[in-house]
Each structure stands twice: as structure tokens, then as C-alpha cells.
Design a protein around this ligand. Structure first.
Ligand SMILES: [Mg+2]
Length: 332
């Protein structure tokens, strides 16, 4: 039982007693406390509890004459309090969701995103010139491959906070698809400038998203979501095409992005990764098993992954804030 529930019980009991002395109020609180602690009948508890301590100021007989209405009131108060404490699904309230409000309104959020992309832009020349460098652990023999960067899309390139604020829960990819058929995409602060700089420096830009390919009625396109993602990227002023956008469900790709990263690494030296989810950098971050994963992730395993790759953070790997959704939400 929650502390709020316990407090309500105690308060209700105290009011029901209509007593004036501290002694009586204290006894009432104690009585309810014992009821909750022991889950025994109120009759027994009250008999025991009220026969101790306060008896020095009122006789036991005087106290007992109040007991019948007290017991009844306590039972009613207990039932009401416990009913209010019963776990029931709480409707999501975007106007009270601090994560959404922070992303939507906080200047700090924009500052962090700009900080990430500007830091990455400053690091571009070094990673381009160091042909031994790769942001893909284990990538070898890539010295002569063209440099590339890989970015996640949602909350990394395009901001979905407006969708998050209005869609009716639960989430579905079709709801997101429908939203962007009616609304233009908004860029994450700093990303347009970074991609322009990367392209200017000769870096190839790939977008790897876990938006799934799903058939839509009366639409012959086997993956209409891919066209939607490309359109969103174009809307924020970045040129791209089918070759450089990769969705979950294309080819034999599942939600473990490592398959798509390794696919890109066959032809490019990947110098930077960008994302708002741990899965944008390493596999095995979810409870469900994807890709090479054989064990469900746990909060501990996820933190170990972060620690094991410490040297990459801010040095080839650039993570953006993602407080509104993502794989982390499966590990409250
Ligand atoms: Mg994302």
C-alpha cells in the first residue's frame, strides 16, 4: 500500500474520531497503522490499541462507547482510501509530460543538440585524414574506402516531438506515417549545418532508421515508409535518396542496426555514428533478441555496453537526448 494511501487512512481515521486531545489523535493514527501492518480486523486492533496509553486520561469504558462508530467510520475510510489507491491505467497527459515539454520548449535541449553537432563538425577533418580510424569496432582494411557517417533519423535528424504531443496512445507506426502525410518535418537543431559540412568535406551520409516497412492498403509500394522518411529529410533541406536511407525490414535487416552498419562498412569507412538510442551504436540493447543477441538486455548490461565503449563517446560516437521514447523505456 502506498504512503499516500496510508496517510489517507490515518487522516480519515483522525477526522472520524472527532477528538481534541493529542493523545486520542495519536492513538487513532497508531490504530490504523497497526491495521495496515498486520492486516487483522479493526475490532481486535482497536480493542488492543485503545486500551493502552489513553486509558490514563479516560476510562476504558468511556473510550469503548466511541468504538462502534469509530470502527464503522474506519472501515468506510479504509475502503475509500484503498479504492483510490487501486492501480488503474492512467491516461497519458502530454501537457504534463516533462520529457515532452523539455524537448518542445527547453532552450537547453536545442543547446545540447547544437553542441553535439558542432563538436562533431570540429572533429571531421581529423577522422577524414586518419585513414586508420573507424567508428565501427572491428572494421578493418578500410583505409582506401570513402569516409561515411551514419545517422539515426527520429530525434537525431528529424524532431518528432509535435507528433508525440498529439498522437493518441498507444503508438503505432501507421499513426506516425499518417502524421507526416499531413505535417512537415522539423530538423533537430544543428543537424542541417553538420550534414552540409560533412558533404562539403566529401563524406557520404547514410540514414539508418528502425521505422519499419509495412504494407498500406491500396498502396502498391512494398515500403511506403521509406518514401516518407526520404520526404521528411528532404523537407528539412537535406538531399538524400533511396540508396542512403535504410529501414528495418528492408532486405534481411531486423531492428538490430548492426546489420545495416556492417552493410555500409563493406563499402565505406564509417567515421562517425549519430543517434539518440543506445541501439544506434551497439547491438543487444533490448529485451527482445535481434541480430547477434542471445541474451535479453538488462539495465546492467546496457550500462556495461556504455562503459565498454567509453572511448567512442564524443569521439566518433555522438548521442543526442532521447527522453520521450526509445529502447530505454523498456527498462524503467
Ligand atoms: Mg531515434
Amino acid at each position: 500500500m502506498s504512503s499516500v494511501c496510508i496517510f489517507a487512512l490515518k487522516l480519515g481515521a483522525a477526522c472520524a474520531l472527532n477528538v481534541t486531545s493529542i493523545c486520542k489523535i495519536t492513538r487513532a493514527f497508531d490504530a490504523v497503522g497497526v491495521i495496515q501492518a498486520n492486516k487483522v480486523s479493526s475490532d481486535k486492533v482497536l480493542d488492543v490499541d485503545f486500551s493502552v496509553g489513553c486509558a490514563s486520561k479516560k476510562t476504558l469504558q468511556q473510550i469503548r462507547k466511541f468504538m462502534i462508530p469509530i470502527r464503522s467510520l474506519l472501515v468506510v475510510v479504509s475502503m475509500l482510501a484503498c479504492a483510490s489507491c487501486t492501480k488503474t491505467p492512467v491516461a497519458h497527459s502530454p501537457e504534463n509530460d516533462l520529457a515532452l515539454l523539455w524537448v518542445k520548449h527547453a532552450a537547453e535541449y536545442a543547446a545540447i543538440s547544437i553542441q553535439v553537432y558542432q563538436a562533431a563538425e570540429l572533429a571531421l577533418p581529423g577522422f577524414i585524414n586518419d585513414t586508420s580510424w573507424s567508428a565501427i569496432p572491428g572494421q578493418q582494411h578500410a583505409e582506401n574506402l570513402p569516409p561515411a557517417v551514419i545517422l539515426d533519423v527520429d530525434e537525431t535528424v528529424v524532431a518528432n516531438v509535435d507528433f508525440q504531443l498529439v498522437y493518441e496512445r498507444p503508438f503505432s507506426s501507421s499513426k506516425m506515417y499518417d502524421f507526416y502525410q499531413a505535417n512537415d518535418a522539423i530538423p533537430i537543431p544543428g543537424v542541417v549545418e553538420f550534414i552540409a559540412a560533412a558533404k562539403q568535406a566529401g563524406v557520404v551520409v547514410f540514414y539508418v532508421t528502425n521505422r519499419p516497412c509495412e504494407l498500406i492498403a491500396d498502396n502498391p509500394d512494398p515500403c511506403p515508409q521509406k518514401r516518407a522518411v526520404i520526404e521528411e529529410i528532404l523537407q528539412i533541406g537535406i538531399e538524400t535518396d533511396d540508396t542512403h536511407v535504410m529501414l528495418a525490414g528492408e532486405r534481411d535487416w531486423d531492428r538490430a542496426k548492426i546489420g545495416r552498419r556492417e552493410f555500409i562498412a563493406k563499402t565505406h569507412r564509417v567515421i562517425m555514428l549519430f543517434g539518440d538510442d543506445l541501439g544506434d551504436f551497439v547491438p543487444c540493447v533490448r529485451k527482445k533478441l535481434y541480430g547477434p543477441c542471445t541474451q535479453p538486455a538488462t539495465p546492467t548490461s546496457r550500462r556495461q555496453l556504455v562503459a565498454e565503449h567509453k572511448s567512442y563517446w564524443g569521439h566518433g560516437w555522438y548521442i543526442l537526448p532521447g527522453p520521450t521514447h526509445g529502447s530505454w523505456t523498456s527498462f524503467p
